[in-house]
Design a protein around this ligand. Sequence first.
Ligand code: DGY
Length: 333
Amino acid sequence: MTKPKKIFVTRNIPEIAFKMLKDKGYEVELGKYKVPPTNKDLIKFFKARVKKGTQYDAILTLLTDQVDGALLDSVGSQLQIVSNYAVGYNNINLGDAKKRGVEVTNTPGAFSDCIAEHTVAMIFALTTRLVEADRYVRAGKYKGWDPMIFIGSDLCGKTVGILGAGHIGERVAKHLGKGFDMPVLYYDVKRNETLEKEYGAIFCETPEEIYKKADIISLHVPLLPSTHHMINEKTLKMMKSTAILINTARGPVVDEVALVDALKKGTIAGAGIDVYEFEPKLAKGLAKLDNVVLTPHIASARTSARDEMAVLAAQNIIDVFEGRVPKGKVEIK
Ligand code: DGY
């Protein structure tokens, strides 16, 4: 009798994933980590398991798990797939996986609408000064109606600039372009026809054009060497002093120290940040600023999205085990 496939899931995710895998007769083990384990913690764990004779055929990782060659080696030669429970896969060394013949998958398209909605929520929170006003009321500072307090800014007539025109950028363009009649500019290495034809978005040849012209700049690029610190002191200085920057993509796309400086000096007006350069740590001074709205990497935190991600992550494993090309296959060049 052939041994059942073994899968290690680093941290808890929706039950549906466990059910799908167990229904196939696989053995599924859940890590006991309450906070994200380090790369070293995981290597230590896998080595101990191998010593006791346990090898995994698949590991289901989260975006906080740093997967490199040493980690892949520690799991053992049986490993077929790293199924990442995320759209982004910058936590995985793709070259190392390719060298070892290990498939890498992600969960594309699972929550584009959630992230787009979170982006819009952050924009509104900043233009209406919602979070600041909430803090003010809770602190007992509200002493009666005052026509001069918490003056926000209008969205109408403002231009939104989208950097990265994948599924998420496309949804942001739809919500803001169609819903709020905002002119939409976008930049990507590839042109996006849907964005142009359906949402009237205008393609910019360079990101600089966006920095200079947009009132709201929203980041939807993956983290790559070419996008690391794409937003830095120089690019922040190109933006309007009234500009708002939203980052729901990946923290290191923004030089956070430069951002704090720009927000303090009024180089730009505000920022909505869901992801941090050194997550979960924040750059010094960021949390003290009133012109920022900060959330703990929750742009995709909805039951529907989390469940869809779980289904995709589990299905990717099933597909690999059953010899099919998984929907979330990451093409490694
Ligand atoms: C992802 O999956 O890449 C997102 O950052 C989760 O919110």
